[in-house]
Ligand binder design. Sequence first.
Ligand code: GLA
Length: 371
Amino acid sequence: MSITTIRAVAPARVNIIGEHTDHNDGLVLPTCTALFTRIIAKPRADGTVRATTTTLGEAEDFELDDLSPLQTSNWIEYVKGIAAGLQEAGVALRGAELEIDSDIPLGAGLSSSASLELAAANALLAIAGATLLPDELARICQKAEQEYAGVQCGIMDQYALACTESGNALFLDCRSMQALQVKLPSDLTFILTDSGVRHQLTDGDYNNRAEECAAAVEILAQSDAAVKSLRDVDADLLTRQESELGDLLFRRCRHVLSENERVLDMVTALKAKDLPKIGSLLTACHESLRDDFAASCKPVDALVAGANDSELVLGSRMVGGGFGGCVLSACHSKDVIEVAEHIRDVYAAANGEQPWQHQVVPAHPARVTGE
Ligand code: GLA
């Protein structure tokens, strides 16, 4: 039977902890939530991929025999990059009509772009009647973002959306690519509140932080040739090289090293269902991102502080690449209504309107849901 209609769906990524560690060969612990990119795909007889997005009300197309990157932040570049990656992997693609819809807020630290990538990859694969392993798909999507959108991102978002099982967090070592599913305690609830501040990763600050980390590695490698990434650096070496690095690079490194430790501690705390510890790790992560990695901004800091003013809030932090986007707060599940209201009040007092808010709900990884 020939393929008529394919439905592909990919969730949003919520990184519990391990921020800006993936592009330093480090540790991450993301989960998925029930916000989705949905694609309805139909095959075409020619070699054109034509995509419409109801979210932006736009239509774009490209030809499968001309997939050269334009490196713009236009959403179609992500889809084109996916097509190029799939072809490179040996998939004989067919033309397609893609109808894209998403309820993931854009630029809010929830990986709307990786979600689009995974959904598009699954849609194009299914139209071609081909399959690839989830981790291969994640790599193709990461490469598309790097080469077609020009963001030197790590592997976390794509891998999380391809491989995290519903109700779990994924403890991923971005160097060895060893991954472990970690069950999230049922009496723990995460709430996302959008600060409303927007800053696209394609604006350059993300790449700038990645370049600072690379510059630090170059300096540290001069005293120890075994240093190939910040993963090879321990606290002793960092302290010894503090003056060589200078204050700024020293702080960038200190964030990455301490964040890797916090990921390990978070895995232990989740397994032990130690809710207070989980909360304090979130807040410590925020402080490190704010003070050492300089990836936060004042409205996000204010929302984190205001959220944490309630005794019912276990801890809060900015989530995702940073420079705006959502705040992630943790609470005991029995307190979720009161906590959500408290954080909305904090936001409303500062902004005169209600924020976008979402309670993290288990979601399946990216998949094709049928014809
Ligand atoms: C973005 C990138 C990820 C990761 C986070 C920060 O989401 O796409 O690879 O680096 O920022 O942790």
